[in-house]
Design a protein around this ligand. Structure first.
Ligand SMILES: Nc1ncnc2c1ncn2[C@@H]1O[C@H](COP(=O)(O)OP(=O)(O)OP(=O)(O)O)[C@@H](O)[C@H]1O
Ligand SMILES: [Mg+2]
Length: 416
């Protein structure tokens, strides 16, 4: 029996099969995309599915579709017959993306300029901070966290690219991975091999001689935390967290870690998971000066964010809404999303599959790629939302000048 979710044409094409409307009672489900995206989310993991793509799909849909097979409407009945017999043996399709190499910027040299405290606006005005252990900290850098109650929306992408923007203009910046369940910040930056976390892939990364600190083990390196961190070719320092290591770290320990980093760096960007109520997430959300709330255009993400925004952990005053992977065909427009979530203002990052993947292939951040629309959007957001004069180059980009923001940043960087 086949379950069909889609247009009349699709149902007619499958009229020869016994059709049901309940995926649970069918051996195979046929779903038409776009239009029935939510149905994909409702399916159980092991249900066999044929996806018929009849229009443009967004990245999220595409990622889900990759799990399944897709077919042309015309050839569908034949495909279904063979699929029903053999679906267990079939392999997932191989997807590859194209990119024009010449749109890359040259590697930006990393200097030690960012070791000195530069002109930070609000940061220097902050009072000294004392941790719960009564340890006092001499300086308090700016703390920005990326959070979303929904998975895969771009929390990691936003935090590393936002941090990369700052690092590239010489602001001493560290990115901390506090997604204990699925931490992948180091691999998302192309720094290390995801299967062998100690294997550094980025040839231009700076690697501490005696191994590098991780969130679970940061105390061991506390004496010289900055000198014990991996450094990406953008100049961004990284404190990685290996999945499932550190779940039991108490919030107080995380508070000390964040404040220690904020003492040594001008900017600390924190990548969080989807759970706002774990002790470490609570601590990070509490300490952050700005929380980038990452949203999407789909009902499911909006629902989860709405639920989160109703809790005491939401700290709505310091939250900036960033709607990521925006496509014109999204279920809601960014404006509608903001309205639904109760935000007067918002920023958006377009879906830029080519740019983001090209950056990944070259172990760069999207903001290091001239032609990346998502990277450009992050630069604008960073310049608007982070209180550093060095980032104030928004107009160059928005004004459509010949120079990209990146080249503006680079020339400034060279001027020192
Ligand atoms: N604007 C964008 N355009 C294209 N691809 C994007 C964009 N933003 C993020 N991505 C890609 O989408 C995928 C999911 O993003 P990311 O890992 O940052 O999400 P996340 O919210 O951190 O996910 P998780 O919940 O698993 O931690 C990644 O492969 C990322 O590179
Ligand atoms: Mg992530």
């Amino acid at each position: 029996m086949i379950c069909v979710k889609g247009s009349k044409k699709l149902t007619e094409a499958l009229a020869a099969f016994e059709i049901t409307s309940k995926p649970q009672s069918a051996v195979c489900t046929v779903i038409e995309i776009p239009g029935y995206y939510d149905e994909l989310n409702r399916l159980t993991d092991n249900s066999s599915v044929i996806v018929v793509i009849t229009g443009m799909v967004n990245l999220k849909e595409w990622k889900i579709i990759q799990k399944f097979k897709h077919a042309n409407l015309e050839s569908l009945p034949g495909k279904i017959e063979s699929y029903l017999q053999t679906f267990e043996q079939q392999e997932e399709p191989d997807i590859s993306f194209e990119f024009e190499e010449d749109t890359f910027e040259e590697n930006t040299p990393v200097t030690h300029q960012h070791d000195t405290v530069t002109s930070i606006n609000k940061v220097q005005d902050k009072p000294q901070h004392t941790s719960i252990f009564n340890q006092s900290f001499n300086k308090r850098g700016y703390i920005a966290a990326s959070f979303s109650a929904s998975g895969g929306v771009g929390k990691t992408f936003s935090s590393i690219n936002m941090g990369g923007c700052a690092a590239l203009v010489g602001i001493s910046t560290v990115a901390v991975d506090l997604d204990f369940g699925f931490g992948d910040m180091d691999t998302a930056m192309g720094l290390v091999d995801p299967r062998q976390r100690d294997k550094v892939l980025d040839k231009k990364a700076v690697v501490p001689k005696n191994g590098w600190a991780t969130v679970a083990e940061w105390r061991r390196f506390a004496r010289d935390l900055k000198g014990s961190l991996l450094r990406h070719n953008s100049g961004l320092y990284v404190l990685p967290c290996y999945p499932y290591a550190g779940n039991e770290i108490p919030g107080t320990e995380i508070e000390d870690l964040i404040l220690t980093l904020a003492e040594q760096f001008d900017l600390v960007v924190i990548d969080l998971g989807v759970d706002a109520f774990s002790p470490h997430a609570r601590t990070a959300l509490n300490l952050a000066d700005t929380v980038f709330l990452i949203g999407g255009q789909d009902e499911k993400t909006i629902g989860k964010l709405t639920q989160f925004l109703g809790t005491e952990n939401a700290h709505t005053k310091k939250m900036k809404l960033v709607i990521n992977m925006v496509v014109p065909t999204g279920y809601y427009t960014p404006k509608e999303v903001a309205k639904k979530l109760g935000f007067d203002s918002y920023d958006e990052i377009p879906l830029d599959t080519q740019g983001v993947n090209a950056a990944k292939k070259n172990r760069k951040l999207a903001i290091q790629l001239n032609g990346s629309t998502a990277g450009n959007a992050v630069k604008v957001i960073a310049s608007k939302r982070l209180p550093f004069q060095q980032l104030a180059y928004e107009e160059q980009l928005v004004g459509g000048g010949k120079k990209s923001l990146f080249s503006g940043l680079k020339s400034m960087f060279r001027r020192g």
